[in-house]
Design a protein around this ligand. Structure first.
Ligand code: NAD
Ligand code: UGA
Length: 471
């Protein structure tokens, strides 16, 4: 079966870039990305490509080429569903904040709503593709909802999890290590798998396209993220030991990583991992293990999260201790707010939690990030305070301790300390002499990403502390 018309529900960090690349590489296929969020769709359609809702290197160029040719962004969900032969579901699947499984399980209400809407609208057979990250066995839930339409339409549900990382999404999509497609091992299931293989085969080689049963595919996505995050927590655990023993975590990481069985990637010690997926997906895995009565397995994976929380807290505590045991009334400048460089995404950014600890001790936080707005920063902190059940008066008081700027010089001026929270390249090239003279002395730097040159900055006069660096 040759697919001519695709739609994708969800125009976020996954739906937008993924569909843009499919449209770029498959010009004969019409790709429509739909979302309930009108502002987001308007931003995807904005003639000024600087205003796209997702910042990713290379994305604007792809959108520029394909948009209006065979790539469309729309809020008309029903029409897109009706026309499409293949429907991707790329909606958000956050951790539940209420009821059964609160704080652990994935909230599947948006996915379920998509399935119900497809079931209501569809008039001919369709292939449904799970692009969102979902707990293993979700395909069964979707199939159950879809099979009860009573209008004789057949649905084949495939799992095709996304492995792109933000900041490198376009590169990851164009040169994927692998694409994973899981489906039922029936005749129609295999046909559906082949239809999706044919799409990726436009630009990937057959050995990069793996096909499995649907449950292996769903579970591989959650566990791939758990393995990646586990490496960061492992090296971050060692960073604490390095600080106590004068070992250097970067030296330890490269010594470990040159063993080809271990590998060098994802061993960069940091203030902790952030992003919308690692924590959510591991919590989801832990919840699933408890559900299947495997407490030892659940506890094993949960420790990855516990260590990550410890790392963020340890960083904040180190700032307080170094600043003579209090940051009350002191100005702490944050360079970076996004959860990693080259993205405007701030979900679960370690900066949010470091700020929370410092605000609790009375600090004034002055923030600069090249791609994150003041409104977003305030919204992130408000969301956290609301989740913690703070009343409006307390929330407003705490938000008044946060200030965001459009220029780094304003953020660092007259600061007692600078904390690097994101590894943006531009931070390395700042005029650090000028920064030093604009700050209170002793002028501290806490490099949560180990990107600055300690010797050079020490020579200027800074007191600088990296992660996992002996002194
Ligand atoms: P996102 O929040 O950026 O985007 C989701 C979009 O879906 C939102 O714009 C929302 O308005 C829309 N939406 C919700 N319900 C809808 C509905 N019924 N119909 C139409 N649109 C609807 O989320 P994201 O970061 O793109 O993640 C989406 C999924 O992909 C998640 O399951 C996530 O775990 C997974 N994932 C994310 C990444 C990543 O790097 N962000 C990578 C791999 C996988
Ligand atoms: C991650 C995975 O890398 C993707 O494969 C996956 O598709 C995605 O999650 C997902 O499911 O959403 P992402 O969260 O976008 O991608 O970004 P990463 O590059 O993995 O970084 C996650 C966090 O770990 C960042 O805060 C980053 O700074 C931190 N990190 C990463 C480290 O602290 N050290 C490292 O060595 C690597």
């Amino acid at each position: 079966m040759k697919i001519k018309n695709i739609c994708c529900l969800g125009a976020g960090y996954v739906g937008g870039p993924t569909m843009s690349v499919i449209a770029l590489k498959c010009p004969e296929i019409k790709v429509t990305v739909v979302d309930l969020n009108e502002a987001r769709i308007a931003a995807w359609n904005d003639s000024n490509l600087e205003n796209l809702p997702v910042y990713e290197p290379g994305l604007a160029e792809v959108v520029e080429e394909a948009r209006g040719r065979n790539l469309f962004f729309s809020t008309d969900v029903d029409k897109a569903i009706e026309e499409a032969e293949m429907i991707f579901i790329a909606v958000n699947t956050p951790t539940k904040t209420y009821g059964e499984g609160k704080g652990m399980a994935a909230d599947l209400k948006f996915v379920e709503l998509c399935a119900r809407q497809i079931a209501r609208i569809a008039k001919n057979d369709k292939i449904i593709v799970e692009k969102s990250t979902l707990p293993v066995r979700t395909a069964k839930t979707l199939q159950t909802i879809l099979d009860h339409t009573g209008n004789g339409v057949n649905f084949e549900v495939l799992s095709n999890p996304e492995f792109l990382a933000e900041g490198t999404a376009i590169e990851d999509l164009l040169n994927a290590d692998r694409v994973l497609i899981g489906g039922q091992q029936t005749k129609s299931g295999k046909n559906a798998i082949q239809a999706l293989v044919d799409i990726y085969a436009h630009w990937l080689s057959p050995k990069q396209i793996l096909t499995t049963n649907v449950w292996s595919s769903e579970l591989s996505k959650l566990t791939a993220n758990a393995f990646l995050a586990q490496r960061i927590s492992s090296i971050n655990a060692l960073s604490a030991l390095c600080e106590a023993t004068e070992a250097d975590v970067d030296e330890v990481a490269s010594a470990i990583g040159t063993d080809s069985r271990i590998g060098s990637k994802f061993l960069k010690s940091s203030v902790g991992f952030g992003g919308s997926c690692f924590q959510k997906d591991i919590l989801n895995l832990v919840y699933l293990c408890r559900y299947f009565n495997l407490p030892e397995v659940a506890n094993y994976w949960e420790q990855v999260i516990i260590l990550n929380d410890y790392q963020k807290y340890r960083f904040a505590k180190n700032i307080i201790t170094s600043l003579f045991n209090t940051v009350s009334g002191k100005k702490i400048a944050f360079l970076g707010w996004a959860f990693k460089k080259d993205t405007n995404d701030t979900r679960e950014s370690p900066a949010i939690y470091v700020a929370e600890h410092l605000i609790e001790d009375g600090a004034e936080i002055h923030i600069y990030d090249p791609k994150v707005s003041a409104n977003q920063i305030k919204a992130d902190m408000r969301y956290l305070f609301e989740l913690k059940g703070l009343n409006e008066v307390k929330i407003e008081a705490k938000l008044n301790q946060i200030h965001a700027y459009d220029s780094y010089t304003d953020a660092v001026n007259q600061a007692h300390a600078i904390a690097i929270l994101t590894e943006w390249d531009e931070f390395k090239d700042y005029n650090w002499e000028a920064i030093y003279y604009s700050m209170y002395k002793p002028a501290f730097i806490f490099d949560g990403r180990n990107i600055l040159n300690i010797e050079k900055l020490t020579a200027i006069g800074f007191q600088i502390k990296g992660i996992g660096k002996g002194l």
